[in-house]
Design a protein. Structure first.
Length: 343
């Protein structure tokens, strides 16, 4: 299929299960090479501050980083994020091997982390489950990465899937966990950046996929589910949105108010970004449920450009004032945590 061809990318396929190699000299560094398992390396981590280096290859496995692996760095051995790929193909409706039911949305993730202080860089995380291959499955969410835990930092990472690519979650309904994504590429179709976390996307590239359906919208980029008590939800700044679909086929966002948290008050700000023609400029927002209209949510834009950012119906494009925009920055969202200062 298209995704499997893309992921092969000329690198060797790694079978999960082999033990990774430790670096010498007493350093807490593990190297994972084709034939090794990334999860085995994670399991070998005995405390905070470890580094796992993933060498070029395609690693077909599910990776779950526990909270005990605090301050973990997981990075590719080379700067090109296409070189090292972690991929699997579970969906919400995929049956678990033990017969206990289906995985659910969060459980479908190829990569999951609960570790505070996690850094991921120079990698591809993907879920290559395809609807066309599984017409019998109705739970078509298939997550590439599900991240929860404060101070999660992704840089130069490719996140590939279709529906629900990136789940920016929190450790609890009352937690305001912070996540920072810089120079990342994220593609999908339906709600492919979603969740409750305080999540900043800086200089990221969002790409909507072509989708073989005869209706529009074909999907939405963002679906925030911010807790009402949290002043900050998802922020996209100095980013761009492109599309492989026809003009106007996608919405910028819709609010997600989960059945388990009906007090949620989704928050999204897109600012200083280029929005391509794939986004409907006349009506860029829509509802997930009519009981929670997008107009009652905390949606705003500021100083965007591009054909998808044209304001033709002002009521459909809530714009921030300069004074309001000053409160929606990476610094206000992330507070005393400043991962952008380490560059």
């Amino acid at each position: 299929m298209r995704r499997r061809t893309l992921l092969a990318a000329g690198f060797g396929l790694a079978a999960a299960g082999a033990t990774p190699a430790f670096a010498g000299g007493g350093h807490r560094v593990l190297h994972v090479r084709p034939g090794d398992s990334v999860q085995a390396a994670v399991d070998a981590v005995t405390g905070p501050g470890w580094t796992i280096v993933v060498h070029p290859g395609t690693y077909r496995e599910v990776v779950d980083v526990p909270a005990s692996a605090a301050e973990l760095t997981l990075r590719g051995a080379v700067r090109d994020p296409r070189a090292a790929v972690i991929v699997y193909d579970n969906a919400n409706g995929t049956q678990k091997p033990d017969g206990s039911g289906t995985y659910g949305t969060a459980g479908s993730a190829t990569f999951t982390s609960a570790a505070p202080g996690l850094t991921v860089r120079d990698l591809t995380l993907a879920n290559d489950w395809l609807r066309a291959d599984h017409p019998d499955i109705t739970g078509t969410q298939a997550v590439a990465a599900c991240t929860y835990g404060d101070r999660t930092h992704f840089e130069n990472v490719r996140l590939l899937a279709h529906q629900d690519t990136l789940f920016v979650e929190t450790t609890a309904l009352t937690a305001f966990d912070r996540q920072y994504f810089r120079s990342c590429y994220i593609e999908g179709d339906v709600d492919f950046v979603f969740g409750r976390a305080t999540a900043v996307f800086e200089e990221c590239h969002f790409h909507t996929l072509q989708r073989d359906v005869d209706f529009t919208p074909k999907g939405m980029v963002f679906a925030p589910s911010t807790a009402r008590a949290n002043p900050y939800g998802i922020l996209a700044v100095r980013s761009r949105i492109t599309s492989g679909a026809e003009d106007g086929a996608y919405k910028l966002a819709r609010p997600w108010v989960p059945s388990y948290e009906t007090t949620a008050w989704p928050s999204l700000v897109v600012r200083d970004s280029w929005i391509g023609p794939g986004i409907d400029p006349v009506a860029p927002y829509t509802n997930m449920r009519e009981a929670y209209p997008w107009q009652t949510m905390r949606f705003g834009e500021y100083a965007n450009s591009g054909p998808g950012a044209v304001i033709s119906v002002p009521d459909n494009r809530p714009q921030l004032s300069a004074e309001q925009a000053a409160t929606h920055t990476r610094r206000t969202y992330l507070g005393d945590w400043r991962p952008y200062a380490r560059r």
